[in-house]
Structures are given as C-alpha cells and as structure tokens.
Ligand binder design. Structure first.
Ligand code: GLU
Length: 462
C-alpha cells in the first residue's frame, strides 16, 4: 500500500500555524513512508472562501517548503461528483429525502435544548410514507445506523467509541443541490485514495459520521490520527490574544522556514530530548506514535532560540538577501554596493546575536551611514571618553587595519593611558557603530577600513 495523505485547508484566511503544523505532519508522514502528500482546498463555503486566502495559504506552504506531490484539488469543482454519490445513496435506500421546514427544524432544536441535549434531527422523514409536500425542495439525509456502536482506532487518541444513537441523520445534499462538508470530505478522500487522515482533533467527532458514510458506500475507511490543537503559553486555545497566529506573520517577522518547521515539529511531536531536528532527520524519525495526546503550548522563546540557531547556520549570502529589502525599507533608500559589501563581510559577526531576520537587518545598519545613536550610546560620549578617542585617533593613523593589529594597538593604548581596555572600547564602539552592543569591534573596524573608521571617530569628537 502506498501511503497517501492530504492537507485540506478551508481558504477563509491566512494559514494558521496550527494548520501549518498539520500540513507538516502530513508531509513528514508521507515522506517517511515514501508516499504522497496532497493538498485539497476545501472551498465549498462559497461565502467565506476567497482567492486571497487561497493565495495566502499557497504562499505560506511554499515558504515552508511543504509542497504537494500532485496538483491541488479544489473541492468545489467536484460538487457534481459529490451530488452523484448522495443520489447513489438515495437510490440504494441508504439516504432519504427530508422535507422539513425551517420551523420544524427549529422546533426540534428547541426540544433537544429543553431536554439538555445537543441539537439533533428527529428522523421524521426517515421511514415516512407521507407524500412529499408540493413546492418544497427536499434535502438528502443519510440513514445513519441507530443501534450499536462505532469505534475509531485513532493513532493519536487511541480507541474511541460512541453510540450510534448519538448520531443523527446528517444532511448530505442541501435543498439547493450543494453537498455538505461531511459528504464532500468522504468522497474526496476516497477518490484521492487517501490512506491516512491526519488532522486537528476538532474533527474527531466528524470521523464517526464519516465512518458510516464510508461503510454505506462499501469503501475502505482510512486510518485516522487526530492531533491536539496548539494552545498559548497560558494553556488557552491559541488565538490572536497570544500574538500572531498566521504563518505569514512569522515569515514577515523574519523567522526562517527551517526554524519554523523544526519548531512546529517539536510542538506536539517528540523524539527523546532532541530539539534541533533537520528535515532529513525528521523524515527518518517521524511516526504518528510520537505525537503527544495533550495540547502543546506555543513558546515564542523556544522559537526565537531555534531561529537564532538556524540563522547562525545559514549561508551569509542568503541572509543578506533576506535582510536587504528590510534594510532598504528601514533606510528608505537603496543600499550602496560598498555598504552591501561591508554587510556581507560582517555577516558572520552579525548573525551571532540575531534571533530574527528583522533583528539581523537592524544590526546590519552599523555598516550603513548615517546612523542614529540611542540614548545609552550617547551617554558613552562624555568629555573624558571623547578625550580618549582623540588621543586614540593618532594611533590609528599608522596601524594596519586588520583585526589582530587593531587589537594590539588598542591594548597598548589602554596600557599607556592607564585605563582598562573596556574603557576605551566602549566609546570607540559607540563612535564606530552608534551602539553599545555590536559584533567584535575589531572585526567591524577591519571591515569598514581606516578611512571610514577614522571618519566615524572624527564625527563624534568634533
Ligand atoms: N477543511 C477542514 C479544516 O480546515 C479540514 C477537514 C479535514 O481535514 O478533514 O478544518
């Protein structure tokens, strides 16, 4: 059997990070088994589905590198096939027309509520021999088994059983001829030859009803794995209150796709104590059994640390390319070739500290002129320090501008002036970079070169 899985987002907004994790689990599971990972856009809710949401979801999946092995399927385009199956069930006596009016359905809901039960259809047209009322378009309802039990052996939730008497006869085809979600999902999963359904556990209850539809059609029921949702740090379901929930926002804030994937993988799936897991390793290790049963808590500090790790690992040119548009929008101008050269040369030092690409872009500004000094930096430039810098200036005129020569010069200077190295380095750092924190000062000076470094010192001592 070839494993075939799918990710089935409803295009009503951006790609939620919980959904991104569902996509990732499906993807890794498929790759682990040398199977196929497919994408199905569940756009049957015509009012809430938008082309912008489809684009946003595709863009985020592409960013994450979770790409489908076959052309995406758009569910709405298959509505005729769904209706055909509803009619097949009708003809086989496994479904029936229901002519209930909205008032009758409302009365049923009220009765259920009065008895403290969830709303349910009372089956009034199930075996009815009443003649069809004229002028009313019927819906098609599924004849759900009324006795016995249905059991799902879920790969994450374990064995879950419900009484069939708890499931009412759901609508398969609405009066306007459009199929319901419950029917479309089953027909599509069958036609796409899906072997494993890995999705959020908010769909667990649907799987009992879907099980019955598969059985009525004589189709194999796929295996299920319902994964717990993601919660915020306070334990409540992840929502906007906890910060960004869209994958696109994380891309914009400067997270690397590989860091995001590693983080989402670890959120709800584990392999011992391993925290840093490459995609290659994840494909080797991924099993449904490794998925935790309780909701994972989103922890931005862990994500930041992972992102910092992947930034340090990343190729400098790639980091530069990611930073460039951010730098240019911060500067509101293009970066000159010389500045680009300096930033790229300084990338090893810059990337040591950055937790996001936005932070990296911001720290790159030390290679760009003119820059602003914040208050802390300005406070370093008191008269005493300025006097030190003035004296130091002479010594820098003749020294070779490489890291070790600069270090020796500075140490000697500090010795002669009878001050600690830090006392000279701190104002010098402010003069050179405008900041109190930066990559190695000698590295920055060596990259900037004598002329630029001296002119930066000049600028503060004048
Ligand atoms: N379209 C559903 C959703 O976005 C997923 C349905 C499924 O995976 O079966 O929640």
């Amino acid at each position: 059997m070839t494993v075939r899985v799918r990710f089935a987002p409803s295009p009503t907004g951006f790609l939620h990070i919980g959904s991104a994790r569902t996509a990732l689990f499906n993807y890794l599971f498929a790759k682990h088994h040398n199977g196929k990972y497919l994408l199905r856009v569940e756009d049957t809710d015509r009012e809430r589905s938008t082309p912008e949401a489809v684009d946003a979801i595709f863009k985020s999946l592409k960013w994450l590198g979770i790409e489908a092995d076959e052309e995406p399927v758009f569910q709405f385009s298959r509505y005729k096939r769904h209706a055909e199956i509803a009619n097949q069930l009708l003809n086989e006596g496994k479904a029936y027309y229901c002519y209930c009016s909205p008032e009758e359905l409302q009365a049923m809901r009220e009765e259920s509520a009065a008895n403290g039960r969830p709303p349910r259809y009372n089956g009034m047209w199930r075996d009815s021999d009443q003649t069809a009322p004229v002028g009313i378009k019927p819906v098609i309802r599924f004849k759900s088994p009324q006795t016995g039990y249905v059991t799902i052996s879920d790969h994450v939730q374990g064995t879950v059983t419900v009484k069939n008497s708890q499931l009412d006869d759901m609508v398969l085809l609405r009066a306007d001829g459009t199929p319901t979600y419950m029917l479309s999902v089953v027909v599509d999963d069958h036609d796409m030859k899906i072997t494993h359904i890995i999705r959020g556990d908010d769909h667990l209850t649907n799987s009992f009803r879907q099980h019955h539809i598969y059985k009525a059609l004589g189709w194999d029921v796929p295996e299920f794995a319902h994964i717990p949702l993601i919660h915020g740090a306070d334990g409540a379901k992840l929502s906007k209150r906890h910060g960004a929930t869209g994958a696109d926002a994380y891309q914009d804030q400067g997270y690397l796709a590989e860091a995001m994937k590693n983080y989402l993988l670890r959120l709800g799936w584990g392999h011992g104590d391993d925290e840093i897991i490459s995609e290659e390793q994840a494909i080797k290790w991924f099993t449904l059994e490794g998925i935790g049963r309780s909701p994972a808590r989103f922890d931005i500090i862990k994500l930041n640390n992972l992102n910092g790790h992947y930034i340090r690992q990343a190729d400098n040119q790639r980091l530069f390319d990611l930073c460039l548009p951010i730098i240019e929008s911060m500067l509101e101008r293009t970066v000159t070739p010389l500045e680009s050269d300096h930033i790229l040369k300084g990338m090893n030092g810059l990337k040591e500290r950055a937790k996001t690409i936005v932070e990296l872009a911001d720290s790159s500004l030390i290679y760009v002129r003119p820059f602003d000094r914040d208050e802390k930096a300005q406070a370093m430039l008191g008269n005493e320090n300025l006097a030190l810098l003035k004296n130091l200036q002479q010594n820098l005129n003749s020294v070779d501008f490489n890291e070790s020569a600069l270090e020796v010069t500075l140490r000697n200077f500090a010795d002669t002036a009878k001050v600690k190295l830090g006392q000279v380095a701190a104002p010098l750092r402010v003069a050179i970079t405008g900041r109190v924190v930066s990559p190695s000062l000698f590295e920055v000076m060596a990259i900037l070169g004598r002329e630029e470094s001296l002119s930066r010192i000049e600028r503060v001592i004048l």
